[in-house]
Design a binder for this molecule. Structure first.
Ligand SMILES: [Zn+2]
Length: 336
């Protein structure tokens, strides 16, 4: 019986049910939104989130992984308010979302830096998982970092290695934002493996943004779960292309290495007011997989058992096995 932290408190992994592996609620640069975005009205946004997540639960989804971490405007009190009003389980994460440098509160602190002391990053993540995020009682269930077109910059590598260390201490599984066009999921896998991470405990995010089956199999063959996690975003790939690559992976025997999601959000200041749901990502919504993708997969011959594997069994295993493996390790001190 593995207990998994949700925003409302721990639940048994067996109760996660149908789980979307990569979603957000509110995404923002807090400084920008507070100064320049009067359209972000706290109570209205909370209401919107409650409405949309209630609809998602009604559409058959039981849990979402909210991969909003530092760098994306994470604010746990706001998530707590929403979680109290919905049935769906919200799993919070910790980590840092950066394509380049370490955020300033950490940049000058660490071995050989201006404030010369042990690197605070891993301990920061560990506290969020074991004690609670930012002084709240909400514990993070998983870890998140990113690598994008700039590749393995010094900052990205420092964050990634700290994420690995926090994972080894806590057992919290890892999700990595990647740019599949740059094939840098493989770089993330190499760095995490160098730190001792079992790559089965990693979701390589945004893997669905390609039609390159060989590349995806290369990642999956190392044990990681492929995040086919942008269903409803039709800028890089069409609906049919996103469905097709999942079907082809299943045909090759990879149904146990696939996680499904949208990478959706109620609000993101990355786009002008009213966007992107009215324009760029028209049609993107939390219920897109339930309403559009599952019917398409069934039409292509994917069975209920295979859908259950992707929506229930794979996310459950991602958490359960990761925490179980950590419990079996002799870790020693919290940081390297
Ligand atoms: Zn995301």
């Amino acid at each position: 019986m593995t207990q998994i932290a949700t925003v409302r408190g721990p639940i048994d992994a067996a109760r996660l049910g149908n789980t979307l592996v990569h979603e957000h609620l509110f995404v923002m640069n807090t400084e920008y939104t507070e100064n320049y975005r009067p359209d972000f009205e706290e109570a209205a946004m909370e209401h919107t989130a409650v409405e949309q997540l209630t609809a998602l639960k009604a559409a058959g989804i039981d849990s979402i992984m909210d991969l909003t971490v530092l760098g994306l405007g994470r604010h746990i009190p706001r998530i707590i308010k929403v979680a109290e009003q919905v049935e769906i389980n919200i799993l919070a994460s910790t980590g840092i979302y950066s394509y380049d440098s370490v955020p300033f509160p950490f940049m000058h602190v660490g071995p050989g830096r201006l404030v010369d002391r042990p690197d605070p990053l891993a301990d920061h993540f560990i506290r969020d998982i074991t004690e609670g995020i930012a002084g709240t009682s909400v514990k993070a269930a998983c870890l998140k970092c990113a690598i994008d077109k700039p590749g393995l910059t010094e900052g990205v590598e420092r964050i990634m290695r700290a994420i690995a260390r926090a994972h080894l201490v806590t057992g919290a599984p890892i999700s990595v934002h990647t740019d599949v066009g740059s094939r840098n999921g493989l770089i993330a896998q190499r760095v995490l493996a160098e730190e001792g991470v079992d790559l089965r405990d990693v979701i390589v995010g945004h893997s669905g943004d390609t039609q390159d089956l060989d590349h995806l199999m290369e990642i999956a063959d190392q044990g990681s779960i492929l995040g086919m996690d942008r269903f409803g975003m039709h800028t890089t790939m069409t609906h049919d292309q996103r469905v097709d690559i999942v079907v082809r992976l299943i045909e090759r025997g990879y149904v146990d290495r696939i996680g499904l999601s949208h990478d959706n959000f109620c609000y993101a200041d990355h786009f002008p007011a009213g966007e992107p749901h009215n324009g760029v990502f028209k049609g993107l919504r939390y219920t897109y997989i339930s309403e559009e993708v599952l019917p398409s997969l069934r039409e292509r011959g994917i069975t209920e058992g295979q859908i259950h594997q992707m929506l229930v069994e794979n996310p459950r295993r991602h958490f359960e096995d990761s925490y179980r493996r950590a419990a079996g390790r002799d870790i020693g001190s919290a940081t390297a």
